[in-house]
Design a protein around this ligand. Sequence first.
Ligand SMILES: Cc1cc2nc3c(=O)[nH]c(=O)nc-3n(C[C@H](O)[C@H](O)[C@H](O)COP(=O)(O)OP(=O)(O)OC[C@H]3O[C@@H](n4cnc5c(N)ncnc54)[C@H](O)[C@@H]3O)c2cc1C
Ligand SMILES: *[C@@H]1O[C@H](CO)[C@@H](O)[C@H](O)[C@H]1NC(C)=O
Ligand SMILES: *[C@@H]1O[C@H](CO)[C@@H](O)[C@H](O)[C@H]1NC(C)=O
Ligand SMILES: *[C@@H]1O[C@H](CO)[C@@H](O)[C@H](O)[C@H]1NC(C)=O
Ligand SMILES: *[C@@H]1O[C@H](CO)[C@@H](O)[C@H](O)[C@H]1NC(C)=O
Ligand SMILES: *[C@@H]1O[C@H](CO)[C@@H](O)[C@H](O)[C@H]1NC(C)=O
Length: 534
Amino acid sequence: MKMQSFTMHHHLAFLLLFSAPLVAFVMSTPENFQQCLSLHSENTTAISKLVYTPINSSYSSVLDITIQNLRFLTPSAPKPLLIVTPLHVSHVQAAITCSRRYGLQMRIRSGGHDYEGLSYLSKVPFVIMDMVNLRSIAVDVEDETAWVQSGATVGELYYRIAEKSKTLGFPAGVCPTVGVGGHFSGGGYGTMLRKYGLAVDNVIDAQLVNAQGRLLDRESMGEDLFWAIRGGGGGSFGVVVSWKVKLVPVPSTVTVFTLLRTLEQHATKLVHQWQLIGNELPNDLFMRVILQSSNSGPNGTRTMEASFNTLYLGGVDALLEVTRSSFPELNVTRQDCTEMSWIESILYFAGFSGEPLEVLLNRSSNTKLYFKHKSDYVKEPIPKSGLEGMWERFFEEDVGVAQMIWNHYGGRMSEISESALPFPHRAGVLYKIQHLTSWTDGGDEVASKHVSWIRSFYSYMAPYVSKSPREAYINYRDLDIGTNNVKGDTGYKQASAWGKKYFKNNFDRLVRVKTAVDRGNFFRHEQSIPPFSF
Ligand SMILES: Cc1cc2nc3c(=O)[nH]c(=O)nc-3n(C[C@H](O)[C@H](O)[C@H](O)COP(=O)(O)OP(=O)(O)OC[C@H]3O[C@@H](n4cnc5c(N)ncnc54)[C@H](O)[C@@H]3O)c2cc1C
Ligand SMILES: *[C@@H]1O[C@H](CO)[C@@H](O)[C@H](O)[C@H]1NC(C)=O
Ligand SMILES: *[C@@H]1O[C@H](CO)[C@@H](O)[C@H](O)[C@H]1NC(C)=O
Ligand SMILES: *[C@@H]1O[C@H](CO)[C@@H](O)[C@H](O)[C@H]1NC(C)=O
Ligand SMILES: *[C@@H]1O[C@H](CO)[C@@H](O)[C@H](O)[C@H]1NC(C)=O
Ligand SMILES: *[C@@H]1O[C@H](CO)[C@@H](O)[C@H](O)[C@H]1NC(C)=O
């Protein structure tokens, strides 16, 4: 509490250096901000419906609704002075102009899935630009493209595509409630990455509002900025309002299976083998492994469960041929497999069974948890002894909510050069690991126990994963790997510690683009790309 009022006081004193009216503004923000918006918006019809402040009864529900990580859904988490929910592009432009004018930091939120809550938390007075109402999707079947606004979820995108075509799809994330805005900004992958690469490998145009409040498209923003926003991480270059994507062909029948093997059913050998064959599998096959501990060993003892969670872009006969020749040890049978449409496979991977397709339109359909996740890239197969050490550590996590999700790269991912887009994890990656721990009780002690467990697990993994830099996936945001100093100094050196992990050498180009388009560092957060300081 003391800390907080000090920060606030400090901030006001800082503002005072620039202008006294500013201080008055902070004290009477809502009215002035709303007036400022009216002054700068082309469409003023609905201005009063756009701005929520703590006095509005729906402020909390609007704030909380898309927060995914329950760790940040607490009364003591920092709250925004205002939430702006634009209905028109000119509202986005006006909100940027007005936030700048009054020295308020802006956090941009689309789906709210950021692992560290950076789209809705800040330590200084801030505004949330919530894209939730900018969510239209226009699918052009003939052209095989779609324009999708950032506030849409990937589930809505899949639904709108499937509504118009049974043989077109899009290669984005597995969880339907993920927002397009943040997801595409960080790359975005799902069950078709081996065939078609990342979501951003299939983005062909975008509309962005920059720090000056100007609306740009691919042509007017130029290729450098267009490169940067396709994977350089959200919240650094501007507000992306919409994206034009190239849809991809999908067969009318796909096949899925999930096979669970415990240690007693040779999980260690199978997981070891999975590492060796994965990159050579046909691009039509996606087979991730989900690892967790359970009490399903003999007589209820602890064991590991490895789930081989698979999508094949084709029918069951072709799939069985592939698994028999490439991975006979898994013993996949016809009874294990189910044929379905591509859109049904989206529901299958999201954990639904029997629900209508409309569940993809439900923004709050997934279960919210308290969580801390991390990521790694593996370039050499991990020996069996290394795997056995992991299982030991999983048995220590006594609440049983630790998981790893491993997914192969190879295929299309290896064909795209490391510098084609900011996302650098391409050829040479065998697979990515997501480390997860989640829990359902909000106490600090519980949280710190799980967080320490996952940090120590991450240390254990160091010898087995990529080194110098130890690579990480920006969409699995992890502030443990380093942060900017949000109080002002966002120097290159400090930022490159985390930046090289997410972007390798592309980080330097991102810094150059940032310097060219937002030298004043208006769009900033704990892991935003810093401009060179002069
Ligand atoms: C349950 C769950 C499942 C997931 N599954 C996958 C998966 O299968 N594949 C995968 O690749 N990732 C997955 N992710 C990670 C997900 O891709 C990232 O968390 C992504 O950044 C979320 O986007 P969002 O719009 O929902 O998040 P937000 O929290 O709204 O935004 C994330 C970041 O992007 C910025 N941002 C948001 N909108 C914009 C915009 N319009 N313009 C500029 N910057 C913006 C924010 O400021 C923030 O920094 C998953 C996450 C969760 C919680
Ligand atoms: C202005 O916004 C209102 C309310 O959203 C809408 O009905 C109207 O069509 C818009 N006008 C223009 C010119 O865009
Ligand atoms: C919030 O409250 C103000 C003041 O009562 C009102 O003018 C505004 O319309 C409310 N905002 C919303 C989104 O309803
Ligand atoms: C399970 O427990 C029973 C009864 O205690 C015992 O007879 C049996 O040997 C145990 N099985 C294993 C695999 O440990
Ligand atoms: C696969 O099936 C064969 C024959 O039924 C069996 O001997 C073998 O142990 C199985 N392999 C695994 C890994 O379960
Ligand atoms: C959306 O999902 C939630 C959680 O499963 C559920 O409670 C709610 O009824 C669903 N809403 C709709 C409109 O289906």
